[in-house]
Design a protein around this ligand. Structure first.
Ligand code: UGA
Length: 429
């Protein structure tokens, strides 16, 4: 089929490349012309495992993927995926401006189309958004009626950055929230080669499923972090506890890694978005608010430990290993590392940072005051203290830290082995 993908960030581009791999003809619609050029040259504008190769293959060899900044070209496609960002506004509710503008542009383009078209909302939006905000715009600007010449589907993504392509190609489930059966059938057809349960729902339920997935994962992380803080008081190792409780299939082992908590463009934003939406509906979600509060406090424990061990931070040289919000990505959005760096700078510390891929993005986010290094060894060399913020493989050798004060925020080191070569402190173990 001919598919158009509007918005080509992590979600859009992975969806585009994944579906191109299944033989569809893909048109990426992107307003950022630098991204359009990059995609058309077969070069991924983002760092994501395997994406570059597959993109190159589709653009240059199979020639079934191309990019354009002209929304009008959507007319030549059968289905349009809306994958634009829905960032957080200052009050915590989601910012719909991008997706609303996209819905208008798509509507305008579809006004000149004769055949049936399905619009798929992949962006994360709170329940009710597609029905109350997106469909009215599509109908107004296209002059068509949903359920007749137009179908609308909410098809949330459950991709983890760093392994997004693998998640896309091997989904746990495919959720299809549909305006009507015809639209749902068309989108189920797109996924016919995928080996995963397909769950058909209404639009609002599909929107909610996405939020609850992320809220549950966030809650799991904050729970184990709080448990870690308690365990540490009792001299108990939270990782041993997590391993044991994870054997209960009702709990499971995944997402029980205690540390400095969750960052990224999704869990914090979606949790905040669900909290705001609940409050707007007159319900105060106390548990979800606590999940956020625990997550906000957790990275600051690194700063407190450093301050206590060094007797203050003024003019102390602190090495930061890892600025990405997790390994295998160059994404620094909501990264706990950036929050810790800002707190350290405020307290007068001299910060030297190293990350294998995320330094250009960190440079853009942090104004001044950080010295960027070419290697972990260089950052560590004359430091008074080393803070490990991201579990990149290259940070996992105890030898790297010989003789140093090391505060491990991600359990990259074995406390026993590290304890033999350095002054090792875990954030909550
Ligand atoms: C998350 C979800 O996992 C995806 O299912 C979802 O599709 C995506 O958001 C989204 O909404 O688009 P992502 O933000 O890429 O994916 O990253 P995760 O792997 O979930 O990690 C989030 C954060 O939690 C990271 O900072 C990670 O270090 C932290 N984390 C994760 C922990 O602190 N402990 C854990 O046990 C697991």
């Amino acid at each position: 089929m001919n598919l158009s993908i509007v918005g080509n960030g992590y979600v859009g581009l992975v969806t585009a490349v994944g579906l191109a791999g299944n033989g569809h003809e893909i048109l990426c619609i992107e307003q950022n012309t630098a991204k359009v050029d990059s995609i058309n040259q077969g070069k991924s504008p983002i760092h994501e495992d395997g994406l570059n190769n597959l993109l190159f293959n589709s653009v240059k060899r199979k020639r079934n993927l191309r990019a354009s900044s002209n929304h009008q070209e959507i007319v030549g496609t059968d289905i349009t995926f809306l994958c634009v960002g829905t960032s957080c506004s200052s009050g915590g509710s989601i910012d719909l401006s991008c997706i609303e503008t996209s819905a208008q542009e798509v509507g305008r383009a579809l006004a000149t189309k004769e055949n049936y078209h399905v619009v798929v909302v992949k962006s994360t939006v709170v329940p009710g958004t597609t029905a109350q905000r997106i469909i009215p715009l599509l109908e107004r600007f296209s002059g068509k009626k949903v359920g007749q010449e137009l179908g609308v589907v909410v098809n949330p993504e459950f991709l983890q950055e760093g392994k997004a392509l693998r998640c896309f190609l091997n989904p746990d489930r495919i959720v299809i929230g549909e305006s009507d059966k015809t639209a749902g059938d068309v989108i189920e057809g797109i996924y016919e080669d995928f080996d995963a349960p397909v769950l058909r729902t209404d639009l609002n339920t599909a929107e909610m499923i996405k939020y609850v997935s992320n809220a549950f994962l966030a809650a799991k992380i904050s729970l184990i972090n709080e448990v870690g803080n308690i365990c540490q008081k009792f001299g108990v190792d939270v990782y041993t506890v997590a391993h044991a409780i994870g054997h209960d299939p009702r709990i499971g082992h995944r997402f029980l890694n205690a540390g400095i908590g969750f960052g990224g463009s999704c869990l914090p934003k979606d949790l905040q978005g669900l909290i705001s939406a609940s409050r707007e509906m007159g319900y105060c979600p106390q548990l979800l608010e606590s999940v956020l509060a625990v997550n906000k406090a957790q990275p600051m424990r690194m700063v407190e430990i450093a301050e206590r061990k060094l007797g203050g931070l003024q003019d102390k040289k602190i090495a930061i290993l890892g600025v990405a919000f997790k390994p295998d990505t160059d994404d620094v959005r909501e990264s706990p590392a950036l929050k810790v760096i800002q707190a350290l700078l405020q307290k007068g510390a001299l910060v030297k940072a190293y990350d294998p891929v995320a330094m250009p993005n960190a440079r853009r986010e942090l104004s001044t005051g950080v010295e960027y290094c070419d290697s972990a060894r260089e950052a560590i060399s004359d430091s008074d203290c080393v803070l490990v913020m991201t579990e990149w493989d290259e940070f996992k050798s105890e030898e790297l830290y010989r003789g140093k004060l090391v505060i491990d925020g991600r359990r990259v080191l074995s406390p026993q082995k590290a304890g033999a070569v350095c002054d090792y402190q875990g954030v909550c173990w």
